[in-house]
Design a protein around this ligand. Structure first.
Ligand SMILES: Nc1ncnc2c1ncn2[C@@H]1O[C@H](COP(=O)(O)OP(=O)(O)O)[C@@H](O)[C@H]1O
Ligand SMILES: [Mg+2]
Length: 161
């Protein structure tokens, strides 16, 4: 049986999105996969930009909608940023996107559920829901270890917020 953890955050503004990205960045290890979902404009790219900054990426991080995959150098590991919205599962497979998941960097996949079959079984899933204005509801599910434990750590941080 796979161990799961969950943490839910009510985010009031973009600074709080940055706060959450920084908390997650502190937990991250090489090879980690963050699977993001949520409607267009929910904040997947914005979260990715805050996360990239938190792990020491100095380059400008743009939406990878057209490039599909972009690689950056962070302070202690590479950052792979994907947007699979325009891809079929077959195309994602042919591009070898799954190779990144088993590499030494940290990967964020926007619209990850579209390629669920290609994702590693252990991952951190985040669903961002637009609640109007800058408010967002972010539901995080850690599947397998260490992700399930990360959720416990994140949940405690959330309580003290
Ligand atoms: N709390 C928040 N978190 C993330 N983005 C926010 C927030 N509040 C407002 N925004 C704005 O919402 C938009 C989100 O767009 P984007 O990150 O490109 O979404 P997605 O990648 O999910 O399509 C940006 O213009 C961002 O500035
Ligand atoms: Mg995006």
């Amino acid at each position: 049986m796979t161990i799961k953890g969950q943490a839910v955050f009510t985010i009031r503004n973009e600074q709080e999105t940055a706060w959450l990205a920084e908390r997650i960045a502190k937990l991250i290890k090489p090879g980690a996969v963050l699977a993001l979902d949520g409607d267009l404009g929910a904040g997947k790219t914005t979260f990715s930009q805050k996360f990239a900054k938190a792990i020491g990426v100095n380059d400008v991080v743009n939406s990878p909608t057209f490039t599909i995959i972009k690689e950056y150098e962070g302070a202690s590991m590479p950052f792979y940023h994907m947007d699979v919205y325009r891809l079929s599962l077959e195309e994602a497979y042919d591009l070898g996107l799954d190779d990144y998941f088993y590499g030494s960097g940290v990967t964020i996949v926007e619209w990850a559920s579209l390629i669920e079959e290609l994702l590693p079984p252990e991952r951190l899933e985040m669903y961002i829901a637009h609640e109007g204005g800058e408010e967002r509801n972010i539901r995080i599910t850690g599947i397998g270890e260490p992700y399930a434990s990360w959720c416990g750590a994140l949940d405690e941080m959330g309580a003290g917020k």
